[in-house]
Design a protein around this ligand. Structure first.
Ligand code: BTN
Length: 267
């Protein structure tokens, strides 16, 4: 089945409506504009085969050739306070991380090789060793009725070859194809991703958001370890203490002082 015919996967909250477009500027930008105008409904999902102006974190661009990766955005209107909206990126990254671990287990003969290298990197990256496999960008906003929403955009590198990445990213990015040497079924992956992100979102609806930060920290395995962050040209090293409800990371520096990090690049 071509991905353009994919319309539903029977999930509870997310992806009840799925649109697949051959090309957009950015799935986040389009869904955000529709959310502001109250045209798009919570749980709606927009996937594009190609983005002419895909956006990454920290004003970077996100480029991928047509039909090679999974580029999609989900509109969420969780009933949580506005400062918890950043947790939505962590929630989605948990859902994707789980799926990738399981996917390797089911589809590869040496799953340990990939599972061990798979890791979560704050705030929202999914890495294989030192290379980035998936990026997530959350855009929060207010619609014309003053209701808060968040659009979470996902870029998962699936079937790109090394040459498909811009030259400057070739040593830091990877795709499932590059890792495994095999072309992957994007539809199967997409279906699994929606189902699992939906599972986490359903838990959020039932239990609130208190568990998200701790679950993420546990999966990322960085609580209590030394980490290094580049932030506006500054390098900050510290012990990772915790994640706050607004998604910020608390680091304890060597002199005993504490820094709260809202954005930056981790090693
Ligand atoms: C990052 O910098 O790591 C975040 C990358 C997010 C890319 C995705 S692709 C789908 C969605 N639309 C965008 O313009 N960006 C996100």
């Amino acid at each position: 089945m071509p991905i353009r015919d994919f319309t539903s996967c029977g999930s509870e909250h997310l992806g009840r409506k799925i649109r697949v477009l051959p090309q957009v500027s950015s799935t986040n930008d389009l869904l955000k504009a529709e959310a502001e105008a109250v045209i798009a409904k919570p749980g709606e999902l927009l996937l594009a085969e190609y983005q002419t102006a895909g956006r990454g974190r920290l004003e970077r661009s996100w480029d991928s050739p047509p039909g090679k990766s999974l580029l999609f955005s989900i509109l969420l209107r969780p009933q949580i306070t506005d400062h918890s909206l950043q947790l939505m990126g962590l929630l989605v990254s948990l859902g994707i991380y789980d799926v990738l671990g399981e996917y390797f287990k089911t589809n590869e003969t040496q799953p340990e090789k990939y599972q061990q290298a798979l890791r979560l990197k704050w705030p929202n990256d999914i890495m294989v060793g030192k290379r980035k496999l998936c990026g997530i960008l959350s855009d929060a906003g207010l619609d014309r009725n003053d209701e808060i929403f968040v659009v979470v955009g996902i870029g998962l590198n699936v079937n790109q070859t090394t040459g498909d990445f811009p030259e400057e990213l070739r040593s830091t990015a990877t795709s499932i194809y590059i890792m495994t040497g095999r072309e992957q079924d994007r539809i199967e992956l997409f279906r699994l991703l929606i189902k699992n992100i939906d599972r986490y979102y359903t838990r959020l609806m039932a239990e609130g958001s208190d568990w998200i930060a701790n679950t993420w920290l546990k999966r990322a395995g960085i609580a209590g370890t030394m980490v290094e962050c580049r932030n506006n040209g500054e390098i900050i090293q510290g012990k990772c203490n915790r994640i706050f409800v607004d998604g910020a990371l608390e680091l304890e520096l060597q002199d005993g002082s504490v820094r709260v990090i809202y954005s930056g690049d981790f090693a």
